[in-house]
Write a protein that binds this ligand. Structure first.
Ligand SMILES: Nc1nc2c(ncn2[C@@H]2O[C@H](COP(=O)(O)OP(=O)(O)OP(=O)(O)O)[C@@H](O)[C@H]2O)c(=O)[nH]1
Ligand SMILES: [Mg+2]
Length: 608
């Protein structure tokens, strides 16, 4: 295929594809799914606490359903989100510990630590003590299958976090009690709100000198735009942190520091025993009881349906590093968070796109690739495609199909994850995340089915990068390895890789500066390629489509120096200033300039 044919066939593909109206960058995440309002499940207690042990059933899934529905009902899939350093990875580790999935929790920071956090497995994460990529973990807890996704907080890696949010049914938002709602948390809240993702709030680091709980609650409420319902309430903070009052169990759990403790090791005192509480915690107890009274008076009663519709958030307090207040969150995830819901897909019938809701207990297997990760296991050196299942049942040996290319897949080993530890899957259902080895042919955003249905999920975004660097290889003999490394890291979405049409060195495009550092580091450690990154004049890119091949050709002939193909072979126009784009638009009014690319260029948003 010639270059011109490649471009026009790409353009043709886009034109025949329907695209949802996307009005803003953020709204593009509001992919298929909108939470269905449950018909039941509202819990209203007569007196506080209004939080009861278990909702009568999981809304949205009838109780009398098939074995498939029963499996769906016991699944919970959620992401842990927040600004950097609020304690997501620490909390993840403690959730894994309490569910029995790991024996000893690793520490996030500290180069001396012999054990690192399970979810921070990359070399660079261990060195810096930050999460660079999302990780997926599955655990069993109280007969429920809990799929947990730890996300990176740093804004430079936010594309990964946004992709994860398309794959979950609920979010656990971690707030650093000293800092309140920080900038990146605010952005993530916005994404959750666009998709009506239910949010559970955990206020962390109560063992530090932090802000007043009422103050934090007020801020969360304002930023979230939804009422908070406290489920636990702290007594004191920092050195005087006494513990948390559990409004559900009507007991106070007494704080003790240390990361070795299990939930049963903490002392408890009934809330009715006020004399004892006053004796042990003095003025701190009185102040806490008073502020709790105020908070309860100001917040609405617990309403499960409102929570599922993202109109209310339950709030928990604790100290993740001290294993404190964590069990309450794990129980809430099982008791309150929704089971997998129906997802909107598009099927092409008579060349026309038709919307269809796919129920999680539909028998046909379907799912979306929301993450690709190379070199998770140094001894394997392979690439894993992560699929969030939306419907059906997976069993080993099953044939799968990539909807975009209609190619068949016969994955030999399909796994679930304990971070980098993989276990063979016996069976998996909607909500589960399964991974299979890919040797190319699978892209981020691909819909995978068992071949019995014709549908496509959309909603996985790629943003036009704003930072660009040229890659210069220090040792030219490593060219092949560099090409392989860049192809694989580009496919992962770790960075965007552009091949200029006129040839010359590859360009890297990023949303944040740290992405460059990570890619440089990974090229060296994973592909043995020493590279230098040099500045270049580009400050933006727009993906290009046209209605006819002739129009596209006129444009590409006019700007041969400015065109590049990305990892999905989508054509992009590189610009050195916003005026560039405006000028090009004025010259070629029929060309479409897109700020967002969706999966494989199947749908694009026009720049205004
Ligand atoms: N004092 C105190 N420190 C905590 C607590 N929880 C976490 N930390 C510390 O906060 C730091 C950041 O914790 P992480 O779990 O790495 O935070 P994160 O949200 O995963 O950070 P990113 O992945 O980089 O966004 C670490 O040094 C933790 O030990 C807590 O309850 N109390
Ligand atoms: Mg982390």
């Amino acid at each position: 295929m010639t270059r011109a044919e490649g471009i026009s066939s790409f353009a043709g593909l886009v034109i025949t594809t329907s695209r949802p109206p996307i009005s803003s960058v953020v709204s593009s995440f509001a992919w298929a799914m909108r939470m269905k309002l449950p018909r039941h499940g509202t819990i209203r207690g007569q007196t506080r606490p209004a939080f009861q042990a278990r909702p009568p059933s999981i809304p949205g899934v009838p109780l009398s359903a098939s074995p498939l529905a029963a499996e769906v009902r016991r699944r919970r899939t959620f992401a842990i989100i927040s600004h950097p350093d609020a304690g997501k990875t620490t909390l993840t580790e403690k959730l894994l510990l309490f569910s029995g999935a790991i024996q000893i929790a690793g520490a996030v920071k500290g180069r001396k630590a012999s054990r690192h956090a399970t979810s921070d497995w990359m070399e660079i994460e261990k060195q810096r003590g930050i999460s660079v990529a999302s990780s997926v973990m599955q655990m069993l807890y109280r007969d429920h299958v809990v799929n947990l996704l730890d996300t990176p907080g740093h804004k430079d890696f936010s594309e990964d976090t946004y992709r994860v949010l398309t794959a979950v049914d609920a979010a656990l938002m971690v707030i650093d009690a000293a800092n309140g709602v920080e900038a990146q948390t605010r952005r993530l809240i916005e994404v959750c709100r666009q998709r009506d993702t239910p949010i559970i709030t955990f206020v962390n680091k109560m063992d530090r000198e932090v802000r007043e709980p009422l103050d934090i609650l007020d801020e969360v409420e304002r930023e979230l735009g939804m009422p908070c319902v406290p489920m636990t309430w702290p007594v004191g903070k920092g050195k005087a942190f006494g513990g948390i009052m559990n409004l559900r169990r009507q007991a106070m759990t007494v704080f003790e520091s240390g990361s070795e403790r299990r939930p049963q090791d903490f002392d408890t005192v009934p809330l009715s025993d006020t004399d004892e509480l006053r004796r042990r915690f003095g003025a701190e107890y009185d102040a806490a009881a008073e502020s709790m009274e105020l908070a309860s008076g100001a917040s609405p009663e617990w309403d499960h349906a409102a929570f599922l519709a993202a109109r209310q958030t339950p709030v928990f307090f604790g100290s993740a590093v001290n294993n404190f207040g964590v069990m309450e969150v794990l129980d809430a995830l099982v008791d309150l968070a929704p089971a997998p819901q129906a997802r909107k897909s598009t099927a092409v019938v008579n060349r026309q796109p038709v919307e269809r809701m796919v129920e999680p207990d539909d028998t046909a297997f379907s799912g979306v690739v929301f993450k690709v990760q190379a070199n998770m296991d140094p001894s394997h050196r392979d690439r894993i495609a992560f699929v969030r299942m939306a419907s059906g049942k997976f069993t080993p040996g099953m044939k799968l199909k990539v909807q975009r290319t209609a190619k068949e897949l016969r994955p030999t080993s399909v796994v679930t994850f304990m971070s980098q530890r993989r276990e063979a899957v016996d069976e998996a259902y909607a909500g589960d995340i399964i991974g299979f080895t890919t040797h190319g042919g699978v892209q981020l955003g691909d819909t995978i089915t068992d071949g019995s249905v014709n549908l496509q999920y959309t909603g996985l975004p790629f943003f036009a990068p704003e930072l660009f660097m040229v890659v210069v290889l220090k040792n030219p003999l490593r060219t092949k390895q560099l090409q392989q490394g860049l192809a694989q890291l580009g496919e992962e979405g770790a960075i965007q890789v552009f091949r200029p049409q006129i040839g010359g060195p590859m360009l890297l495009g990023a949303v944040g500066q740290l992405q460059f550092e990570v890619v440089q580091h990974r090229l060296k450690t994973e592909y043995d390629c020493d590279v230098r990154l040099e500045g270049c004049p580009y400050t933006g890119a727009r993906w290009i489509t046209a209605d006819t091949p002739a129009e596209l050709k006129a444009f590409t002939d006019a700007y041969p120096q400015r065109l590049a193909l990305d990892a999905a072979d989508a054509l992009a126009f590189l610009c050195t200033s916003p005026y560039d784009v405006r000028l090009a638009q004025e010259r070629f009014p029929k060309i479409h300039f897109h700020l967002l690319r969706e999966h494989a260029g199947l749908a694009l948003q026009s720049a205004n």
